[in-house]
Design a protein around this ligand. Sequence first.
Ligand code: 5AD
Ligand code: SF4
Length: 428
Amino acid sequence: MNFADSEVVGSILAVAGYGLTETIEEADFVLINTCAIRDNAEQRVRHRVRELRALQNRRAHLRVGILGCMAERLQDRLMAEEDNLSFVCGPDAYRRLPDLLRQVREGQKAAEVELSTTETYADIEPVRLGSNGITAYISIMRGCQNYCAYCVVPYTRGRERSRDPQTIVDEARTLFEQGYREVTLLGQNVNSYRWTVDGGSTVGFPELMDRVASISPLLRVRFATSHPKDLSDELLQVMASHPNICRCIHLPVQSGSDRMLKLMNRKYTVEWYLDRVAAIRRYLPDCSITTDVIAGFSTETEEDHQATLELFRTVRYDYAYMFKYSLREGTYAWRHLADDIDDAEKTRRLNEIIALQGQIALENNRQEVGREYEVLVEGESHRSKERLFGRNSQNKVLVFDRKDAVAGTYRRVRVTDCTAATLLGELV
Ligand code: 5AD
Ligand code: SF4
């Protein structure tokens, strides 16, 4: 999401006459787009800001600013605490950046942190930053109002709002015409995407997917993130009817214990979640499923933790993002629930989940050996110029000998070997 936002910022600033530099040493402004979801993300940003002091000593006019969720969360406090910062700008205020930079050039400090109920940057054609020219992100909605008890996002990104579907389809079509072959539609909870057309009819996420997937069978479509409470059979049916909608669903579970899910305000039970997993497997037998999980939320017992491990054994995810619970100021949990699992215990539980998931991912990958997939070739493998990498529909990375394959095209690849993270293969 931040990556997509930075591309919007790049576009707003390009229109105002600013350009990107090749290296940080040439820059007049450094803008750091930030995440506030866990404390360690914020600490890394603070570290980066402090590191920039040395460069500012050499380049006296260099100004540093913070964009995104940390700016929204901390506002002026951030500039008071980090005295080499000149500006902060929240996620709904990027159109104000040219004005903000003008004030900063005049020697002022400036903050723009107003949230909006309507801003979607729908009319802004993002500049593609560091693009491979093959895959791109398209933001389809902003904000979130699910208020999961642990989560700061509703406070930093504001109310949920959807973007005009026509602008989304147009952006995807333009990308396709420019040679892009994969778009990922982004939102905090894409299943609640809803746009009301003049006259009152509405476009929901399944219809939006249908429209984007109909642009061309050669354009792959992915999406993230689905909230399990809202994943509908209708969406799965639309996916099943378009082979170019990728067979990969990110379905954050957060915990395998009903008691934790209730305390987290997730609005589903393990039974509901497993029913959604069964529905995915029914409509899309070859679909990969990935997740997010939090270890050590308030009052989590060993029994709750074991329930999470059990759920992982049941679902057998292809990939998981695994986190230790981090208390965030302003959230429901911060107001009402103790952060009472000590850090060593959180780490132990997290490491158990990581070890189990690593084993499952490896076992899943071993089953892939011998299978053939259509792979969208993305570029050279990091390890060797002789090898290329790409992804299959399930979003698994395949690495294979280059031969005559070219980035931006589809090739059939047979899996010959694997690690827990990568499939190795050969062109068919
Ligand atoms: N602590 C730890 N992980 C968190 N997430 C969100 N808030 C927190 C928090 N306070 C995780 C959730 C979410 C992912 C994007 O980040 O798993 O799905
Ligand atoms: Fe945070 Fe929950 Fe919204 Fe996801 S759905 S952004 S975890 S509040």
